[in-house]
Design a protein. Structure first.
Length: 291
């Protein structure tokens, strides 16, 4: 279950997609933080998912018909991979620093592997497991200084962890659907369903939101690029590589977050985080290799 169409090592095309999505997703936590400065979490969640769906449906490949028997999977992806995480991350970043949320999110490959095994995937090699464990250690090293320094609220951390497990479930469900219909169609329909589910949350927070230019611009980019096209690309990688190897994005997102922090926000990096970065790169190599 959740095996990719390409069981060999990642090709140059795969790495191009991984780098593209990692750069986009590495900045997404910043856009969420800017959005919730003026907009309610429910509004941010609804707009990003609705905008992502609308952008994808502009493309003919996103309008492919989904068989009725596969709509259960679309529903799972809508809730666990789109509406749920969109709302949970927006809620989390009203209390949690964006960099901390991004670093915790990097643990997504761990539940992806656990769920894949629980669903009956016995094609996971020892090299994949080793890579995931090394990557998790690297994520811990990178996240520790920020988490300790930020005195992260328990509720915010909990929201992110729940969202991460949702991504783990989605990574396993989306693979066979992507292989049948393509990433664009699966993500577009799932986000359309997710947007409908988020309407009540947006309605509750609409009157308390300040629709000024900066947060709207941040959410526009977050929705169209980060939620729409980036997730469709990520689905393509999962379809090619399988759920556990496709989750390698999670290890590279904090690298982008660190670079943005230094260049854009004038943040400093501790030596322990550089050590974590080295482990993450090593993990990416192991996870991307074939069995």
């Amino acid at each position: 279950m959740a095996r990719g169409s390409n069981q060999g090592s990642f090709e140059a095309y795969d790495w191009l997609l991984i780098v593209t999505v990692s750069i986009i997703w590495g900045s997404s936590f910043l856009w969420i933080a800017i959005g919730v400065d003026s907009l309610s979490p429910g509004v941010v969640a609804f707009l990003r998912v609705a905008l992502g769906s609308m952008a994808l449906f502009l493309l003919p490949s996103a309008r492919r018909r989904i068989d009725r028997s596969d709509w259960w999977g679309i529903g799972i992806i809508a809730v666990a991979g789109n509406a749920g995480p969109a709302l949970l991350f927006a809620l989390a970043e009203t209390e949690l620093e964006s960099a901390v949320a991004g670093m915790i999110n990097s643990a997504a490959p761990i539940p992806t592997l656990i769920i894949a095994f629980a669903l009956g995937n016995r094609a996971i090699g020892s090299r994949h497991v080793a890579g995931l464990l090394v990557g998790f250690a690297g994520v811990v090293l990178m996240a520790a200084p920020s988490v300790i320094g930020a005195d992260a609220p328990v509720a915010g951390v909990f929201y992110v962890i729940v969202a991460v497990f949702g991504y783990g479930l989605t990574g396993n469900v989306i693979v066979p659907l992507q292989q049948r219909y393509g990433g664009m169609a699966v993500v577009a329909y799932a986000q359309a369903v997710g947007a409908v589910l988020l309407v009540p949350f947006a309605a509750v927070g609409w009157s308390s939101s300040d629709f000024s230019f900066k947060p709207l611009l941040a959410v526009l980019f977050l929705g169209v690029v980060g939620t729409g096209f980036a997730r469709a690309i990520a689905a393509t990688v999962s379809g090619r590589a399988g759920a556990q190897r496709g989750s390698v994005f999670g290890y590279f997102v904090p690298i982008v977050a660190i670079i943005l922090g230094v260049v854009v926000r004038d943040e400093s990096i501790e030596a322990i985080q550089l050590g974590g970065l080295a482990l993450v790169l090593l993990a990416g190599y192991f996870v991307a290799r074939d069995r």
